[in-house]
Design a protein around this ligand. Structure first.
Ligand SMILES: [Zn+2]
Length: 244
């Protein structure tokens, strides 16, 4: 894996306007990991994909991230120091291959979800339909008292256990933050989604750098490509020179 150049990152950002989050995630990784095909990237687990995005964030802007959440107790804004390296290392790796699970009279084999499953479920109109379709795809075999049955016949408590098993087998697919508000001491769990976090950062960065390109192109008559090829330090030097 490698970092993206400013020009490459702008290209991914521009193409991402019309894309769903999963496609944006894969587009970023496709440029960062040129040795891996797009199909192969889509077939890795969500947790492995997100570990790759956390690493890409490190390459781009370092491991420290500043998150902001709103406390559900008092509506106060909480600044949240986060660290990509800590997230990657505090979590066990993904369990590869098929996983066997026995609950009551059910014997099941399952695998963890990948981006392909999320893309396949994108046509579902509600989250429940989405979850059901992903479950159907990831449950590779369901036996009840030794006889095959459809996954849609599973009782809710068995489905819950299957979901828990999948989450435990691919921990980085579901990063939960245990938060306590310093003002009102409300305690709650929030989900950290690296795809949306990183994309928000990329959007802010893109607007900044395009504004810098505009300023320098107007002042010096340079081409966009040449301005983007400057190191951030040199770009800032010239911006300071023109008083931007
Ligand atoms: Zn609070």
């Amino acid at each position: 894996m490698r970092a993206l150049s400013a020009g490459e990152l702008l290209d991914v950002w521009e193409a991402g306007f019309a894309q769903a989050p999963t496609e944006r995630a894969l587009a970023l990784l496709a440029v960062a990991c040129p040795e891996t095909s797009r199909d192969a990237l889509a077939a890795i687990s969500i947790g492995q994909r997100d570990a790759g995005l956390l690493m890409l964030r490190e390459f781009l802007w370092g491991p420290k991230m500043e998150g902001v959440v709103v406390c559900p107790g008092c509506n106060g804004r909480l600044e949240l120091p986060l660290n990509t390296r800590q997230m990657r290392s505090s979590s066990r790796g993904t369990r590869s291959g098929e996983i066997s699970l026995s609950i009551a009279e059910y014997e099941m084999t399952l695998r963890v979800p990948t981006s392909l499953d999320v893309i396949a479920a994108a046509g579902e109109s509600d989250p429940e339909g989405c979850r059901t379709l992903i479950l159907e795809r990831c449950l590779t075999s369901v036996l009840k008292a030794g006889a095959p049955v459809d996954s849609d016949t599973l009782p809710p408590e068995v489905i819950e256990s299957v979901m828990t098993c999948m989450a435990e087998a691919d921990p980085l697919a579901d990063i939960q933050l245990d938060l306590t508000c310093p003002s009102c001491e409300h305690n709650w769990n929030a989900v950290f989604d690296i795809v949306s976090f990183l994309w928000t950062e990329i959007e802010a960065w893109a607007w900044r750098i395009l504004s810098d390109v505009h300023t320098l192109a107007r002042a010096y008559g340079w081409r966009e490509r040449d301005i983007l090829a400057l190191s951030p330090t040199r770009r800032q030097f010239y911006l300071d020179m023109v008083g931007a």
